[in-house]
Design a protein around this ligand. Sequence first.
Ligand SMILES: [Zn+2]
Length: 168
Amino acid sequence: MTEQTAFDTVLTAGLSWLYGTEQPDNAWQHHGLLLPVPATNRLYSFIPANDWKCPVVAVDVAKIEWIDNGPNELKTPANPLEPGELEALAAELRTLGFKVTSAWNGHPQTTGSVGLARPAHPSLVAAVDRYRAGCLVHPGRSVFCDCDAWREGFSRIVQPSLAPQPTP
Ligand SMILES: [Zn+2]
C-alpha cells in the first residue's frame, strides 16, 4: 500500500464513518475515530461534533521526536507537520465535496485541524449527546463513570471496516 493509498483509505473510512454510518440508539461516543497511517507517522482523528456541533478532521504526528535545546529551554519538535500539509488535507476534503469552514494549527506544530460545515450523521451526533448526558445509571458520576453499562455504550459504536480495497 503506497502512502497516498493509505491516506486515501483512512480518509474514506473516516468520512464514511462520520457521514454514512448509522449508530445504534444505545451507543455513545466521545473522542471520535482515530485512524493511524504508520507509513507517514500520522494519526488522523474524525471528531463528530466540536463545540458548534460540526465535525473536525485532525492530523497529528503520531510519534514526535523532540530536539533538546539545552537546559531551561523548551524542547521543539524535530518532525512537525510539513509546510502545506494541513492546507493539502483541507484541499483534499474540498475535492471530495466537503465545505471546509476553517483550518487551524499545522506547521510548525505537530497537530492540525480542519473544520467541516456539514453536520455528521444524526445518529452519530445523538451518540455524542448521549455521552455528554453521562451515565444514566449513576448520574452522580456523569461521564466519569466506569460501570459496565457505561463502558458497553462505547463498545456499541459501529466502527468502519478498513479492509483493503480490491485492486482492479
Ligand atoms: Zn454507571
